[in-house]
Design a protein around this ligand. Structure first.
Ligand code: PMP
Length: 456
C-alpha cells in the first residue's frame, strides 16, 4: 500500500471513531436534557460550559493543539447539545398560532402576545400605494435597495440620530429580521461566539444556531433593573468572540440602558474588536435617555431599523441597516443571493412614509404602557416600568408558576399573552403587549387577573 493510501485509511478510521463518539455524546446530551426538564432547569448552563472549555484549553496545552481550533470545534458540539435538549418552547409565536386556530373555530381572543401595532400606517402610505404602478416601480432592483430610497434613509438617519450617514452606509432589507440574519450570517463563521443579553428577542439566538455560532448568554434580572454586569461581559469574551447584540429599547423589558453603562459596553466591544449589532427598531418608542449606537462612530457597528413598529407597517416587510460600506457589501451579497432585491413597490411606499410624522404613535403606546403598569400593579405582578418599546415584562410571583401553562390557561379564557421562556430562562415571567386600544387592554388585564386568581 502506498504511503498516502495508508494515511488515508488511518484518517478514515479516526473520522469514524469521532462519529461514534459523537453518537455517544448526543445520547448523553439527550439524557441530561431529560433530567433538566424534570427538575425545571434551563437548557444552557454557562458555568458548566466554561468548566469544559477550560479543560479543553488545558488539554490543548498538553498535546500541542491550537486552542482556537479546538474551542471552535467545542462550540459546534455545545450547540448540538443545546439543539437536542431544546424542547418545543412556548414562544409568543406558538401562542399566536394557537390563538389564530381558536379564532377560526369562532372563539374571541384578545391579542396581547404579539408586537404588532393595532393602528394603521400613515395615510400617505395609502396614496403612495396607488401611485406605484404609474410611476413604474415594478422591476428588479439593486440588492442594497433603490438609490433614491437609500439616499432618503441616509438623510432621515442623519437628522434623527445626529450622525452623518450617507447612502453608502445603508442597505434596505425586508424587515429588520432579515438585517439581523444577514449581519450575523455574513460577519460570523462556524464556531465563532456571539454575546446576547437576556431576556432577548429569540431571533438573535435562532440566527446564530442556524449558522453554527455559539451564543454566550448574559442574563439580567428584574432586581438589577435588567442591567447587564460589565465584569460578566468581559469574562465571556475570548478569542472566538466576534459580536455582541444590543437591543434598546428592549423587547421584552422596555429597558433603555443608562448612558454610562452603554458607553462602557461600547468601550469593551471596541477594545476587543467585537461587532456591535444594535437592533434599534423600538427607538421611535423611547421615552427619554436613549442614545443610538451610531453616536459612537464605531466602524464595526451594525444598526438595524424597521418600518414595522414606527410606521405600523409590519405586513410591508421593510427595514434597513446602517453600517460601514464594507459590511453593507457583505450583507448585500447575501441579499442578492436570497432575494435579488426588496420589492420596489414596497421601497417606494416606505420612502414616502418617511414624510409622515409618527410621534403620535409613540404617545399612544406610552399611555397604554402606563395603563398596563397600573393594572399589573393591581394584579400583584412584579416589573420594572418600561423606558420604551411596547411591552410589559412581568413576574408572576406564585408558587410553582409556569408561564407556558399559564399562557395556555389564559388562552382558554380568551387572552393571548407571551410566556417569558421564549426570551430566555424566565419561566415565571410573561410579556404583555400594549398593541390594543385601552378598553381592550383593560378587558385583557381583567382576564389575566382572573387566571391569576386575583379580583380587581
Ligand atoms: N427586532 C426586534 C427586537 C423585534 O421585536 C422585532 C419584531 N417583533 C424585529 C426585530 C423584527 O422586525 P421586522 O418586522 O422589521 O422584521
Amino acid at each position: 500500500m502506498s504511503d498516502i493510501e495508508s494515511l488515508r485509511n488511518r484518517m478514515d478510521e479516526v473520522t469514524l471513531e469521532m462519529i461514534k463518539l459523537l453518537k455517544t455524546r448526543t445520547e448523553i446530551a439527550k439524557g441530561i436534557g431529560e433530567v433538566k426538564r424534570a427538575i425545571g432547569k434551563g437548557v444552557t448552563d454557562e458555568s458548566r460550559e466554561s468548566i469544559l472549555r477550560n479543560k479543553v484549553i488545558l488539554l490543548c496545552n498538553d498535546i500541542g493543539l491550537e486552542e482556537t481550533i479546538a474551542t471552535k470545534f467545542l462550540n459546534v458540539l455545545l450547540n448540538e447539545s443545546v439543539k437536542v435538549q431544546s424542547a418545543d418552547e412556548h414562544t409568543h409565536l406558538s401562542i399566536f398560532l394557537k390563538a389564530k386556530s381558536l379564532e377560526q373555530k369562532g372563539k374571541k381572543i384578545i391579542h396581547m402576545e404579539v408586537g404588532e401595532p393595532d393602528f394603521l400606517p400613515p395615510q400617505i402610505v395609502k396614496n403612495a400605494l396607488s401611485e406605484v404602478y404609474d410611476r413604474g416601480f415594478l422591476r428588479y432592483g439593486h440588492p442594497k435597495g433603490m438609490p433614491s430610497f437609500r439616499e432618503a434613509l441616509a438623510g432621515h438617519a442623519t437628522s434623527k440620530f445626529g450622525q452623518n450617514v450617507t447612502k453608502e452606509n445603508i442597505i434596505v432589507s425586508p424587515g429588520a429580521r432579515f438585517s439581523v440574519f444577514a449581519a450575523i450570517t455574513t460577519l460570523l463563521n462556524l464556531g465563532d461566539e456571539m454575546i446576547v443579553i437576556e431576556p432577548a428577542w429569540p431571533a438573535y439566538k435562532d440566527c446564530a444556531f442556524n449558522a453554527g455560532i455559539k451564543i454566550r448568554t448574559i442574563s439580567t434580572t428584574l432586581e438589577n433593573r435588567w442591567e447587564p454586569d460589565l465584569e460578566e461581559i468581559k469574562s465571556a469574551i475570548n478569542a472566538n468572540t466576534k459580536m455582541i447584540v444590543l437591543n434598546y429599547p428592549n423587547n421584552p423589558t422596555g429597558k433603555i440602558l443608562p448612558e454610562r453603562l452603554q458607553d462602557d459596553i461600547m468601550q469593551i466591544s471596541k477594545e476587543n474588536g467585537l461587532y456591535v449589532l444594535s437592533d434599534e427598531i423600538y427607538s421611535g418608542y423611547a421615552r427619554d435617555g436613549w442614545k443610538s449606537v451610531l453616536a459612537y462612530n464605531y466602524d464595526k457597528s451594525v444598526i438595524t431599523q424597521s418600518f414595522s413598529k414606527s410606521h405600523a407597517m409590519t405586513g410591508f416587510r421593510i427595514g434597513y441597516a446602517i453600517a460601514e460600506p464594507a459590511i453593507i457589501e457583505k450583507m448585500a451579497r447575501l441579499e442578492a443571493l436570497c432575494l435579488t432585491s426588496v420589492p420596489e413597490p414596497v421601497q417606494y411606499v416606505a420612502m414616502r412614509a418617511l414624510e409622515a410624522d409618527t410621534s403620535n404613535n409613540s404617545n399612544t403606546v406610552q399611555n397604554r404602557l402606563k395603563l398596563l403598569a397600573k393594572k399589573a400593579q393591581g394584579a400583584g405582578l412584579e416589573f420594572a416600568v418600561p423606558d420604551g418599546a411596547m411591552y410589559l415584562f412581568a413576574r408572576v410571583n406564585q408558587e410553582g408558576f409556569d408561564g407556558a401553562r399559564f399562557a395556555s390557561n389564559a388562552l382558554e379564557k380568551g387572552l393571548a399573552i407571551a410566556p417569558g421562556a421564549g426570551f430566555g430562562n424566565y419561566q415565571n415571567f410573561i410579556r404583555i403587549s400594549a398593541c390594543q386600544d385601552e378598553k381592550t387592554l383593560i378587558e385583557g388585564m381583567n382576564i389575566l387577573s382572573s387566571v391569576m386568581g386575583v379580583s380587581q
